[in-house]
Design a protein around this ligand. Structure first.
Ligand code: COA
Length: 694
């Protein structure tokens, strides 16, 4: 085996092992076997006094091959390979460039010394995939770096720069140069004794019970739903004992995590965030975007401007009045100051970004920009006026985007003589923080304009998801549907606080009423008014309670009162809420009934899945995974559940159909079985099959 993914080279009295498994040198079975074979070959040759192990391409081993997870194990396993490296008679020095992550760092820790190039980073991000470092990482990291550093590394999953890794003791030296040259020099230094080597497993860990206790309490509080963080702490705690026993303890904990639905959900999220870039337009040449115009200095426009500035792009901000413009500039400045405070940006970078901001009350200032994002009030008439003007002002080839969250992008594009250059770029508030960008593709949008939207998202470090045109696109369309369920649950007998707590128990960061209060209840109020005329007669109206709150001026956090009352940092009961609920139930002739938390979650999730299935069926989302990523990056969906349609597969189409049919007994208009789901139930199919193109 080996397939030339692992090669050996002898230079004088040292040997070099090179791993070459693009794109990220994941340590799949071929690499693992290749390493074992390479060590055998070097031993048989008998000439080498030290070995340098390095990688070709852009990075050191970036981890175990995640695609092998969940499949029958292929020998030799990574734990075994790390032990074989450690037991090797001839000392081995690992040379790290790019990122040594997970199984990559574990491999390096199995070696007898580590040298990093200055730009290298190391980390143990397994916890982010619902597992733990299971190839000795939890036993070797504390032996090299101490308990406290190991806990930080393993529980945060963060990428630690070489300099810090050196300070922690994870690496022994930093040398600049090409990995092969560094490996050759390091191996020679081992031979002459200027680079010390030892077996990590022979070191001891100094106990630190205080760090273990504090960290355990912190993870139980921060991640009550997750199983792997606590197991990580237990494993690190075990590193003060016998090394072999520690490895066995770690292996057992790892095997408890690997098959868990949480780990499957987190791995689905990892690959999903990459899969969404696979769009029909991916081969089109994106246009160069060297400058951006933003129309509207409200929260949205300012957030988008901030995001573009943080990506290094010059921004021209347009507002109708000088006052509005000043407010916009102040918001952007505040956003950038916030980024500095959170350590996301240096003060110098902030100053450089602000220097690239131009503010103007004249739309004509957009004549030369490469891309314009309109982010004004959600009224079709205003948008049409703006796009007519943009058509007259902007240079040929400029991309014209609307940040509308539900309006018809085709209608907006039709106001221009260049509908091929128009698309929707739907950011989520606060736009400089939220990861999601829905790229809304109109009937006439050119492929290179779609590709430009995706390229812009990448520059802004956002996750772009391709969406078709419909009211609300992917996310808000589904949201509009399942929020009705939340309102029906309250009308029928559940309390808003119970609904919130049940869904927080499921894993959402905040329940829908808390989110409503945060976003502002006036937004939903306006949407209900807008849609009132088109609401079908058979549709049950769920907005009565929320309407009453808004009509009282209780629009949530910004008015200190909504479903809850907000006092400083405290969230309290709204003492007036129950009376409103009782009145609206009485008005609708409802005798309230008791709902279990389980039923609340079931109904809410079934509603979400139903509309999500229709969004896939209608081709608004390319695949189920696109819906999943929208919810994971824009709607606070619990990542460990993988997204609504990954979660749907864990329930199964047949069960979902059964649920919908049962609910339809009460409300046949709202609860309808999506054709796609019915077909899946009949054929035994799944959303995962659709992701694979089956
Ligand atoms: N196993 C299998 N495939 C992997 C992988 C792994 N550990 N890490 C990355 N890949 C794949 C990606 O899916 C992607 O495939 P695609 O091009 O078909 O979409 C490709 O390698 C490149 O990865 P990408 O993330 O797009 O590149 P990047 O340069 O932005 O980031 C990393 C590189 C290594 C930082 C990033 O991929 C990463 O964090 N990987 C996971 C590391 C990890 O968790 N390791 C621990 C596992 S034990």
């Amino acid at each position: 085996m080996g397939e030339n993914k692992v090669t050996v080279e002898f230079v004088e009295d040292v040997a070099l092992i090179c791993i070459n498994n693009p794109p990220v040198n994941a340590s799949g079975v071929v690499v693992r076997q290749g390493i074992v074979d390479a060590l055998d070959e070097i031993k048989a040759a008998g000439s080498a006094k030290a070995i340098g192990l390095y990688c070709a391409g852009r990075t050191f081993i970036a981890g175990a091959d995640i695609t092998e997870f969940g499949k029958p194990p292929l020998e030799p396993g990574l734990p075994e390979v790390c032990n074989i490296l450690e037991d090797n008679e001839i000392p081995i020095v690992a040379v790290i460039h790019g990122t040594a992550l997970g199984g990559g760092l574990e491999t390096a820790m199995g070696c007898h010394a580590r040298v990093a190039v200055p730009t290298a980073k190391v980390g143990l991000p397994e916890v982010l995939l619902g597992i733990l470092p299971g190839a000795g990482g939890t036993q070797r990291a504390p032996r090299l770096a101490g308990i406290s550093n190991a806990l930080d590394l393993i529980l945060s999953g963060r990428h630690v720069p070489a300099k810090d890794a050196l300070e922690m003791g994870l690496v022994d030296r930093i040398d600049d140069g090409e990995p092969r040259e560094v490996a050759l020099a390091a191996a020679k230094d081992v031979v002459v004794g200027t680079l010390a080597t030892r077996r990590t497993g022979e070191l001891t860990t100094t106990p630190d019970d205080a760090a273990i206790e504090t960290t355990m309490a912190a993870v139980q509080k921060k991640h009550p739903h997750l199983i792997s963080p606590q197991k990580c702490v237990e494993c690190v705690a075990a590193s003060t004992g016998d090394f072999k026993e520690g490895l066995a303890f770690e292996r057992a904990r790892f095997m408890e995590c690997l098959p868990s639905p949480q780990s499957k959900g987190l791995i689905h999220a990892f690959f999903g965030e990459r899969a969404v870039a696979n769009i029909p337009e991916r081969k089109a040449q994106a246009r160069d975007i060297a400058s951006v115009g933003v129309i509207g200095g409200g929260t949205m426009g300012s957030g988008i401007s901030t995001s573009a500035l943080m990506a290094g792009l010059p921004v021209t901000l347009i507002e109708v009045s000088q006052e509005g413009l000043d407010r916009g500039v102040a918001t952007i400045t505040g956003n950038l100051d916030g980024a500095v405070k959170r350590g996301k940006m240096s003060p110098e970078k902030r100053d450089a970004a602000l220097a690239k901001l131009t503010a103007s009350t004249e739309m004509e200032s957009l004549a030369e920009v490469d891309l314009v994002i309109e982010a004004v009030f959600e009224k079709m008439e205003i948008k049409k006026e703006i796009f007519t003007k943009l058509d007259a002002i902007c240079k040929d080839g400029a991309v014209l985007a609307s940040n509308t969250s539900y309006l018809d992008v085709n209608e907006i594009a039709a106001m221009t003589r260049r509908p091929q250059d128009v698309l929707g770029l739907h950011f989520f508030s606060p736009a400089h923080i939220m990861k999601l960008l829905e790229v809304v593709v109109g009937e006439k949008t050119a492929p290179e304009v779609v590709a430009t939207g995706f390229a812009l998202a990448k520059k802004m470090r956002k996750v772009a998801v391709r969406a078709g045109v419909c009211d609300g696109f992917i996310g808000n369309r589904i949201l509009g549907h399942y929020l009705k369920t939340a309102s029906y649950l309250v009308l029928d007998g559940a309390h808003p606080d119970q609904v919130d707590k049940a869904l927080e128990g499921f894993g959402f960061a905040m329940g829908p009423h808390r989110v409503g209060d945060l976003a502002g209840l006036d937004i939903g109020y306006m949407t209900r008014k807008r849609l009132a005329a088109t609401r079908p007669a058979e549709e049950r109206y769920g907005g009565a309670i929320a309407d009453r709150l808004s009509e009282n001026g209780w629009n949530g956090r910004k008015t200190s009162k909504g479903y809850y009352v907000y006092e400083g940092r405290d969230t309290l009961e709204n003492p007036d809420l129950n009376a409103i609920i009782d009145e609206e139930r009485a008005r609708a002739g409802i005798t309230p009934r008791v709902f279990s938390d389980e039923e609340i979650v079931e109904r809410y999730m079934t509603a979400m899945i139903s509309e999500a299935a229709r969004v896939v069926e209608d081709g608004i989302a390319l695949r189920p995974v696109d819906v999943d990523v929208v919810f994971l990056s824009g709607y606070g969906f619990p990542r460990f559940r993988g997204g609504p349609l990954h979660y749907a597969d864990t329930i199964g189409a047949a069960e979902l159909v059964k649920r919908i049919e049962a609910y339809a007994q009460e409300d046949a208009h709202y609860w309808k079985v999506p054709a796609l789901l019915r077909k899946m139930a009949e054929d035994g199919g799944s959303f995962a099959d659709l992701n694979k193109g089956k």
